[in-house]
Design a protein around this ligand. Structure first.
Ligand code: GLU
Length: 504
């Protein structure tokens, strides 16, 4: 059997959309599962749309995701070069081959003339299509005698090479996701294969490259499905063996209405790109928003594919093991920003507390707090479950570092009773007498004191939380006080009694 060789072939026209990352991921998983090879080919034949920095962005994004490329610009390989602009000299001979065979022709129509034909047709409620029905009336090597068109070429008249699409033929082909497809060539036009600027179009370039690079499976976005009949015809004309095709469904907006766009992300506050895009109109990235690559990849893998089980958490290796093209969905997948957070929450829980503490320590330093890592590690253990991102730890832990500046009015109204100040004063001396100020000892001591006194456990603890935290939030009280220490605990009780005591 032929070795599996797949390619991810992005055009460097801007930041790589997460839909593109998913295409790369599915190619990677498929290659890994089948012990094959994944190639990264940069398709930059459209010089007008080329954007500086995009190529680096693509490579950095794949690296961040853990998608390891086997052959490419950086990796090398036996089928290079892997950037189409560096392969420029290869394509012309293939366009010529088709002209010689009679399956393509030279066309000299100026862009202005074609524009006019388009607008004239529109005015009459038609669409202009350059095809078998009209090509004889236009300026090309089919309509003109050989001597004439050869003369035009010699004179340096600009021309393109177009594919000569047959008039009325049924093309049958298969897509691994869509199944069997039949298209009549009458609905297709004579696509340009080679442009007047000396560059091939996508249709010719990608197909020649897929052939020369011995690609076995073409896994790409659904937007290319309408071009597949042309590609099938081209394979036939060349007499080349066709790869198998799989066209991936779209990534849809969260409401399911249309393709996921940057605007949706901006509007709803989530990124649609893997990394921050720093050029021109900047864009947010998953990496900079605090997502771990594992969470991002796991989320993306399940957007358009399912393992056929209830399992949702997958490492890259597990994904590769479970992956199959048969389980890719036919219809588009709605992007769910909440699910993305859910994945990040999961992966954050699996991370080492010390690592998280080190990241958090940087944030604290910027705020002017300096704590040793062991202490912070303990803190992370207390609050990790409550957050999905390292950047959210501060808002869950601010009261560990600063005494409350104010106290929640609702909680005061509900929890602060006339007897509260005296109970808290008693509590203060109970705490003061404790030698080993750890969660177990403080909890046991305080609870026995409450029981002995016959106080209401909830009432005392709620007021206690109010003076320590300033509101009714946060982890276990005895974890909090043992972290901030006896002295600080007592200070906060005093302060709370004196401030709230007057307000209540
Ligand atoms: N350069 C094309 C794109 O960026 C690749 C399509 C394909 O994979 O054939 O969409």
């Amino acid at each position: 059997m032929q070795r599996v060789r797949v390619r991810f072939a992005p055009s460097p026209t801007g930041p790589l959309h997460i839909g593109g990352v998913r295409t790369a991921l599915y190619n990677y998983l498929f290659a890994k599962k089948n012990e094959g090879v994944i190639i990264l080919r940069i398709e930059d034949t459209d010089q007008v749309r080329f954007v500086e920095g995009a190529e680096e962005y693509i490579m950095e994004s794949l690296k961040w995701c853990g998608i390891k490329i086997d052959e490419g610009i950086m990796e090398g390989g036996d089928f290079g070069p892997y950037r189409q602009s560096d392969r420029k000299d290869i394509y012309r001979q293939y366009a010529d081959m088709l002209v010689e065979k009679g399956d393509a022709y030279y066309a000299f129509d100026t862009p202005e003339h074609l524009d006019k034909l388009r607008t004239d047709a529109e005015k009459n409620g038609h669409t202009f299509i350059y095809n078998a029905a009209v090509r004889k009336k236009l300026r090309n090597s089919i309509s003109k005698p050989e001597a004439e068109w050869k003369n035009l070429i010699q004179k340096g008249e600009p021309y393109v090479i177009r594919y000569k699409m047959p008039m009325n033929e049924e093309i049958h082909f298969d897509d691994m996701i869509r199944g069997h497809i039949v298209v009549n060539t009458g609905t297709l036009d004579d696509k340009v294969l080679f442009k007047a600027d000396g560059m091939p179009t996508y249709h010719l370039a990608h197909l020649v490259d897929d052939h020369l690079m011995e690609i076995s499976h073409v896994i790409r976005g659904e937007e290319w499905l309408p071009s597949l009949p042309l590609h099938v015809m081209l394979y036939r004309s060349f007499g080349w063996r066709m790869p198998l095709f799989a066209h991936l469904p779209l990534l849809l907006k969260p409401d399911g209405k249309g393709k996921l766009s940057k605007r949706d992300g901006d509007r709803m506050g989530f990124p649609v790109f893997p990394l921050y895009w720093p050029y021109g109109e900047t864009a947010k990235g998953y990496r900079e928003e605090g997502y771990s690559p594992e969470a991002f990849v796991n989320m993306l893998a399940l957007l358009g594919w399912n393992p056929g089980t209830e399992q949702e958490i997958f490492s890259m290796d597990e994904l590769a093991d479970a992956f199959s093209i048969e389980r890719i969905h036919k219809s588009g997948s709605r992007f769910d920003p909440e699910k993305a957070k859910w994945f990040n929450h999961h992966y954050l829980q699996c991370r080492d507390n010390k690592q998280i503490a080190m990241e958090f320590r940087e944030q604290l330093r910027a705020k002017g707090f300096h704590h040793d890592i062991v202490q912070l590690e303990k803190l992370i253990g207390l609050v990790k479950e409550r957050v999905s991102f390292v950047k959210d730890i501060w808002q869950e832990t601010d009261f560990f570092f600063i005494a409350p500046a104010s106290y929640d009015k609702e909680v005061i109204k509900k929890r602060w009773k006339p007897e509260t100040p005296s109970q808290l004063t008693e509590l203060k001396s109970v705490l003061d007498d404790i030698g080993e100020f750890n969660p177990e000892v403080t909890e046991q001591t305080v609870k026995s004191w409450i029981e002995e006194k016959g106080y209401n456990l909830g009432a005392v603890m709620n007021a206690f939380r109010l003076v320590i935290v300033g509101a009714s939030r946060g982890p276990h009280m005895f974890d909090i006080i043992s972290w901030i220490g006896k002295e600080e605990t007592i200070k906060r009780i005093d302060r709370g009694i004196s401030i709230i005591g007057d307000q209540a």
